[in-house]
Design a protein around this ligand. Structure first.
Ligand SMILES: *[C@@H]1O[C@H](CO)[C@@H](O)[C@H](O)[C@H]1NC(C)=O
Ligand SMILES: *[C@@H]1O[C@H](CO)[C@@H](O)[C@H](O)[C@H]1NC(C)=O
Ligand SMILES: *[C@@H]1O[C@H](CO)[C@@H](O)[C@H](O)[C@H]1NC(C)=O
Ligand SMILES: *[C@@H]1O[C@H](CO)[C@@H](O)[C@H](O)[C@H]1NC(C)=O
Length: 512
């Protein structure tokens, strides 16, 4: 009987670790601040055809609207209600996007902000994305409805009401995170409201949730919410499929709260991944790429089955969150493409690619004064659409890293090598490394300050392959480098340290 109960619990939790990606797809892209109408188009014209598995969307619920024309991106992390109208669009646009993305095999994952409502200083009025009235001062949010009975302040013991000491787990979970009104998730009423919100989205067809600020919630409270969640919509997902849950827990070590406390509830964002890989590719702290031979758990990361990995996210690409200056972003495109390529080639974790917007960086004493800037917008504050240029890149300030040839092709590489073992490692004791994925794909990096000129065992069948970094296979030709693999699986690689992208990747679907 005990064993049976244990297995049943284990079954529930493992289910929430499964992203339910379809048709051999393996990666998620975060289309940060995109409008629903643009995501629907992107699913049909680009993500579906190029093998992307899912989209993490920005929070879809009603949020505070701050200033004019201020409107920082983080206003969406200040909920006013669970009405589904936001800076990205209306409920009907959201529903249309979910349906159209699902119909081309691309899942939608919702960024769920359930730890808190808006900041205590958010004022009173209808400055909210659906125009609902609220009063932050009296903690009144009638369109949920939450009242002052639904917040944690009575439990918080700090004089400011805010978290002051991250070594005190009671403060971290019961006090306000940078003044945000902290919901009392121990109350059944609050749990029901949060679960109703998530269930509405599940019924609309989303595949799961990125849960925001999870460190600031008690695992038991999250478990109670999770038990209230519906199974995924059987129109697109298997019967009895549980929503995929990936939890934002920033744990670089040394704090009162650690990632393993949340492993049973779903996957967890592995923030060490991008911080360490950025340090390696930048060659800081005497790190070398050859040390990544045991990348993953060997580097002290969480177990593979728990990890959601990424090079940068919307917080740490602008100095918020974790990882500091080591984090690689689109601002360092050469090293960024290499590190994203490394992540997508390596078997560890469920991978998430970032897709950003430009902002006017302005550093004063090392701090970006414009780290608040919201997405490209019209003068009236509405978010601009994402225009696609003839060369397939994006305009109007949208960076679209996921459309960069090197990154798009590595998303495909990961699909092609899915399930294959990590094989044929080579390194030069320095910053030149290579590894394969069984007999399906092989990748070589030169992050040294001199050329790489080597014959390596690839594990691939003999033939001529197109490098998918310097170009790709188009029809019966390669638009970039060609790699000749002999019948013994060996191939010669030359990568100049001055190449635009000093790495080469080949896989069996890019063979002539
Ligand atoms: C922070 O909390 C920890 C754990 O309760 C405690 O040991 C430490 O003294 C606190 N630090 C301060 C500055 O209050
Ligand atoms: C804001 O301005 C844009 C561009 O002029 C326009 O297309 C859009 O309809 C406006 N939105 C609102 C809510 O007024
Ligand atoms: C790195 O590799 C090159 C060949 O690609 C080799 O000549 C060089 O000696 C290696 N460096 C180290 C430190 O092993
Ligand atoms: C690469 O190495 C081979 C010998 O293995 C040598 O013949 C060739 O000249 C080298 N190429 C370059 C560009 O250094």
């Amino acid at each position: 009987m005990k064993l049976f109960v244990l297995l049943a619990l284990f079954g529930l939790s493992v289910a929430q670790h499964n992203p339910h990606l379809r048709q051999g797809r393996t990666s998620i892209v975060h289309l940060f601040e995109w409008r629903w109408a643009d995501i629907a188009e992107e699913c049909e014209r680009f993500l579906g055809p190029n093998g992307f598995g899912g989209v993490q969307i920005s929070p879809p619920n009603e949020h505070i609207v701050l200033g004019s024309p201020w409107r920082p991106w983080w206003q969406r992390y200040q909920p006013i209600s669970y009405n589904l109208c936001s800076r990205s669009g209306s409920e009907s646009e959201l529903r249309d996007m979910i349906t159209r993305c699902n119909n081309v095999g691309v899942n939608i994952y919702v960024d769920a902000v359930i730890n808190h409502m808006c900041g205590a200083g958010g004022g009173e009025g209808t400055h909210s994305s659906c125009g609902s009235w609220f009063n932050a001062g009296t903690k009144d949010f009638p369109s949920v409805p939450y009242s002052n009975l639904d917040f944690n302040d009575y439990k918080c013991r700090t004089s400011s009401g805010n978290i002051e000491n991250y070594s005190d787990k009671y403060q971290v979970r019961d006090c306000r995170l940078v003044s945000l009104l902290d919901l009392a998730l121990e109350k059944d009423f609050v749990r029901d409201k949060v679960a109703d919100f998530m269930n509405k989205l599940i019924d609309m067809g989303v595949a799961g949730f990125r849960v925001d600020a999870v460190k600031h919630m008690w695992p038991g409270d999250l478990d109670a919410v999770s038990r209230r969640l519906h199974n995924l919509n059987s129109k697109w997902f298997p019967d009895d499929a549980k929503p995929f849950i990936f939890q934002e827990v920033i744990d670089l070590g040394g704090e009162a709260i650690s990632a393993p406390e949340y492993f049973h509830l779903g996957r967890v964002t592995e923030f060490k991944y991008g911080a360490k890989l950025g340090t390696v590719f930048r060659k800081w702290n005497n790190e070398k790429l050859c040390y990544t031979r045991n990348w993953g758990e060997g580097w002290g990361f969480m177990p593979n089955g728990n990890a959601l990995v990424f090079i940068d996210n919307h917080d740490n690409q602008r100095g918020h969150g974790a990882g500091g200056a080591a984090i690689l972003t689109f601002w360092d495109p050469r090293l960024y493409k290499m590190s994203v390529g490394f992540m997508l080639a390596h078997p560890y974790g469920v991978t998430r690619v970032m897709s950003s917007f430009h902002w006017d960086r302005h550093f004063v004493n090392g701090k970006d004064q414009n780290d608040w800037m919201g997405p490209p917008s019209h003068g009236n504050g509405s978010t601009k659409p994402v225009p696609i240029k003839p060369d397939q890149t994006c305009g109007d300030g949208w960076v679209c890293e996921h459309r960069w040839r090197q990154i798009k092709n590595m998303v495909i590489f990961r699909n092609v090598v899915n399930g294959q073992p990590f094989t044929n490692w080579w390194d030069n004791n320095s910053n030149q490394v290579a590894f394969g994925r069984g007999n399906r794909g092989f990748i070589v990096f030169n992050n040294d300050d001199w050329d790489l000129n080597m014959t390596l065992s690839t594990g691939l069948p003999g033939g001529v392959y197109c490098d998918v970094i310097s170009g790709q296979k188009e029809g019966n030709a390669c638009t970039g480098k060609q790699i000749h693999v002999g019948s013994d699986g060996r191939a010669h690689f030359f990568i100049s340290n001055k190449d635009e992208d000093p790495f080469v990747a080949i896989h069996v679907d890019a063979k002539l």
